[in-house]
Design a binder for this molecule. Structure first.
Ligand code: PMP
Length: 442
């Protein structure tokens, strides 16, 4: 290969203006193992991006490589559309063992196109067919993907979702304590959000009666790492169940142990009607499915198609990942390391006024940066500081730490390390991040 610099220069010329990662993270990864990525320049980085949460076991985990090799060496076909194969059967069994009993015992699975957005699309379409209705309830700050219906449901993050693309979607307030739309956070803010949701759904003039579905992330990821309170999730479950509205949980990013339970919804005890799963379920290869209550399984044969719904290598890598996470109690490990990191980051916030908020669940962590030179708003919250966040990202990169930004204003530093992160690596991440914040603030 050419040198890293030459590669970056050529890509900068050829890639579209929407190329976000290659622009903000000028690293040319050539090798990777676990949490460590080696650039073409020979530098080593700790990867807290993990393919936007895809790499539950980090890069090139031996069990994942072994599972892929086994398929390659077995002579099994690599592409058979979505025909039944031993690999697919094994993946489905591994996945179903992790599901809430209601879905494991009587649920159905639909393999979707390779990306998370394909599965979101399928979930929305299934709900529309099953209910005969078309409206959609979605939340501020949500991220569901870039295809038409998923984009419509995607909230007010950046310029990606415009009002023209969001027809038929009623946007409801997500419980975001730090910038609570009701001027109050915690249980009270969550309860107000729930009451407003119920009132909007019931308002005969609101035009959203009996929508086809409510779509939510139990922990918003791209929207700035915002865990929904359990009580709020339970209220959403009640509101939708009472009105016969299917509840779709998008666990594309929060799933496979990242938030401390295998699926994030488990913590609240709710069982959604549809779960949208992707990213880590493919063990680093593209795979996306929906699982749902059998009553919803009303679509006609052929109603949902797609050439790439049965990637054998992804299913093998996914089954190996799912079993490894479950057998090694990695959700509990994510909770343990994540809580420690959150505590330390909150202490860091005590030393840096620009760290406005630290939040997360398990190893899905967000650090929201604020502009300390500006006037606070009427709730006493300082404005978001996207430029400072970008500086922290660059300073972290210089110190060998790959971080991602997110949030409604791109002012949240996001940490999504693999669940296999060691205590030493967690320590190194915290040290580098603290140094990066100090350098960016100076
Ligand atoms: N839903 C959620 C919660 C996501 O975080 C993402 C991706 N970040 C998607 C859906 C879309 O997945 P994909 O990028 O694979 O289409």
């Amino acid at each position: 290969f050419d040198s890293g610099e030459a590669i970056l220069r050529r890509q900068a010329q050829r890639e579209s203006a929407a190329r976000t990662y290659a622009r903000s993270l000028p690293v040319v990864p050539v090798r990777a193992r676990g949490m460590t990525v080696e650039g073409a320049d020979g530098r080593r980085y700790l990867d807290c991006l993990s393919g936007a949460g895809t790499l539950a076991l980090g890069h090139n985990h031996p069990v994942v490589l072994e599972a892929v090799r086994r398929v390659l060496d077995s002579g099994a076909p690599l592409h058979v559309l979505d025909l039944a194969t031993p690999v697919k059967d094994d993946f489905t069994t591994a996945l179903f063992e992790t599901l809430p009993p209601e879905l494991a015992d009587r649920g159905r699975i639909q393999f979707c196109g390779p990306a998370g957005t394909d599965a979101v699309e399928a979930a929305i379409k299934l709900s529309r067919i099953a209910t005969g209705r078309s409206g959609l309830l979605a939340f501020s700050g949500a991220y569901h993907g870039m295809t038409a219906a998923a984009l419509a449901a995607t909230g007010d993050t950046a310029a990606r979702a415009t009002t023209e693309t969001a027809a038929g979607v009623t946007r409801l307030p997500y419980p975001y304590d730090y910038r609570c739309p009701f001027g109050t956070g915690g249980e009270q803010g969550a309860e107000l959000s729930a009451r407003l949701t119920a009132a909007l759904v019931d308002d005969p003039k609101g035009g959203v009666q009996h929508p086809a579905a409510m779509l939510l992330e139990p922990v918003q990821g791209e929207g700035g790492v915002i865990p929904a309170p359990d009580s709020w999730l339970r209220r959403m479950r009640e509101i939708t169940a009472d009105r016969g509205i299917p509840l779709i949980a998008d666990e594309v990013q929060s799933g496979v142990g990242r938030t401390g339970t295998f699926w994030a919804v488990e913590r609240s005890g709710i069982v959604p009607d549809v779960m949208v799963l992707s990213k880590a379920i493919g063990g680093s290869l593209p795979l996306a499915v929906i699982v749902y209550r059998e009553e919803l399984d009303t679509w006609h044969p052929g109603a949902h198609a797609g050439t790439f719904r049965g990637n054998q290598l992804a299913m093998a890598a996914g089954a190996a990942t799912i079993r490894y996470v479950a057998r090694n109690a990695l959700p509990a490990r994510a909770e343990e390391v994540g809580s420690r990191m959150l505590r330390r980051l909150r202490a860091l916030a005590g030393h840096h006024a620009c760290v406005g908020d630290v939040r997360g669940r398990g190893l899905m962590i967000g650090v929201e940066l604020v502009d300390t030179t500006a006037d606070p708003d009427d709730r006493g919250t300082l404005p978001a500081a996207p430029r400072l966040a970008a500086r922290v990202q660059q300073e972290a990169l210089r110190r060998g730490l790959i971080l991602e930004l997110g949030g409604r204003h791109s002012s949240v530093v996001r940490l999504l390390p693999p669940l296999t992160i060691t205590d030493e690596q967690a320590e190194a991440v915290l040290e580098r991040l603290a140094d990066a914040v100090a350098a960016a603030e100076a």
